[in-house]
Write a protein that binds this ligand. Structure first.
Ligand SMILES: Cc1ncc(COP(=O)(O)O)c(C=O)c1O
Length: 434
């Protein structure tokens, strides 16, 4: 192995690593030999995964794989170019049309990942005038705009915000009173409210009726990152905006193709002029190679299946209900909420890692989520339920969680006010049918 020169920067990084590692704060990356199905093998042992966002099992559907393979043979591995410089194969435009139809929007554009969709879109939207001034000599106003962002928003949103020239107001999680005060005192004319639809670590939903009402009262644009809602929420699986019947009040719909859709990539869907503008100006679209053909072909097939098989979503909600009911029976403290993401709080990172280990010894994979993904003392097991879990697998999980409760003890979530019976009355009809 070659010996590298030691520099102060590299020495500091090594010191940081050692310091974190001493406290077990460097998460491991378990090696698996097949994607969660939800069963997979680690070190020769069969493990049931409760940590995959493959909510509807799409990544393993034979029709999807067959379609993707056909496209792979025809178009080869990568496009090796960005869309404007030769990487615009017809399948990518077909996928954009398919996503626009799925979301009921005029147009859509795709990105190599969901993270990139946020990183590219947020500055793309906020810096439109700056772009024309900077590169084409226009003398538009110097109002760089203001972004209003929920404190629990995904890291990719925070990255996109940092790249833009806009001012930022971070409002406390879900605090509509605070948000309204900030909107009322904001002098910018370009205002963007941005929120996760389903918060990725807590599984709770953004209060879209209130958010969209504030957006229209203060003439703000609203962008929803529906990474975890796409394909799952709403009677047709169009996402959290459909769930709350506010689809036409959300201006920019962002989503990922890496969760319920079971593939890779991200998208935004909105009016066609905004899409055409972003395609020309957003760096995370123009300065990177396009999604490979086999992904586009497989995703189109997956979206068709998701639309034609509502029973997949029904099975998912049925499983969510089964797990919530079991947790209730075991008296394990949780926030009752409709979501396939179920956080079980433990407090310290050490406790969360210990709980993860106890479950893994019993053949169950539930990921420990620790800072900086969540706040200090909010470490947890993040459980995700898929439509492909069987009754027996969920019972195995409940048995494992009962042991964790006895040995370590789960903590009470801060705002767990909802009673079980009260909660049961809140089921939307498309969920109660399960
Ligand atoms: C809310 C949210 N937005 C964006 C992303 C990024 O999506 P992707 O994994 O497709 O890059 C994630 C992924 O975890 C997410 O949870």
């Amino acid at each position: 192995m070659k010996k590298k020169p030691t520099t102060p920067l590299l020495k500091n990084i090594a010191a940081c690593f050692d310091w974190l590692d001493e406290d077990s704060l460097i998460p491991k990356e378990p090696l698996i030999d097949a994607p969660p199905s939800p069963e997979f093998i680690i070190d020769g042992r069969r493990i049931i995964s409760f940590s995959s966002n493959n909510y509807l099992g799409m990544s393993r559907r034979p029709e999807v794989i067959k379609t993707a393979k056909k496209a792979l043979s025809k178009f080869s591995m990568g496009t090796c170019e960005s869309r404007k410089l030769g990487g615009n194969i017809a399948l990518l435009e077909a996928l954009e049309g398919r996503i626009a139809r799925f979301k009921g929007e005029e147009a859509a554009m795709i990105f190599a990942t969901g993270l990139l969709a946020n990183v590219a879109t947020i500055p793309g939207l906020m810096d439109a005038q700056w772009y024309c001034n900077q590169f084409y000599g226009r003398k538009w106003s110097q109002d760089t705009g203001t972004i209003f962002s929920d404190a629990h928003n995904h890291r990719s949103i925070q990255m996109g915000i940092r790249l833009s020239h806009a001012n930022v107001v971070k409002y406390p999680h879900g605090d509509m009173t605070h948000l309204e005060e900030e909107l009322a005192s904001c002098k910018s004319s370009n205002k963007l409210i941005i929120s996760d639809g389903v918060f990725s670590m807590d599984g709770d939903l953004a209060p879209l009726p209130e958010l969209t009402a504030l957006a229209s009262r203060y003439q703000a644009t609203i962008m929803i990152d529906d990474a975890h809602g796409t394909g799952i929420f709403g009677a047709h699986g169009r996402g959290v905006a459909e769930h709350f019947s506010v689809e036409n009040r959300v201006s920019i719909h962002m989503g990922t193709l890496s969760k319920a859709v079971g593939a890779m990539g991200g998208f935004v869907a909105t009016d066609s002029k905004i899409i055409e503008f972003l395609k020309s100006t957003a760096s995370g679209y123009r300065f990177t190679s396009s999604l490979p053909a086999e992904q586009a072909a497989g995703i189109i097939c997956a979206l068709d299946i998701m639309e034609n098989e509502p029973q997949l979503r029904q099975k998912l909600w049925h499983n969510v209900r089964r797990l919530l009911h079991g947790l209730h029976e075991l008296n394990i403290p949780i926030n009752y909420q409709w979501s396939p993401i179920i956080p079980l709080l433990l407090g310290s990172a050490k406790k969360a890692y210990k709980a993860e280990k106890i479950l893994l010894e019993r053949g169950l994979s539930c990921i420990a989520v620790v800072p900086p993904l969540v706040a200090n003392n909010c470490s947890r097991l993040r459980i995700t339920i898929n439509s492909t879990h069987s009754k027996k697998q969920i019972e195995q999980l409940l048995a494992g969680l009962a042991i964790v409760e006895k040995k370590i003890g789960f903590s009470q979530p801060e705002n767990s006010k909802q009673s079980w019976n009260g909660f049961l009355g809140t089921f939307p009809s498309y969920i109660t049918k399960t």
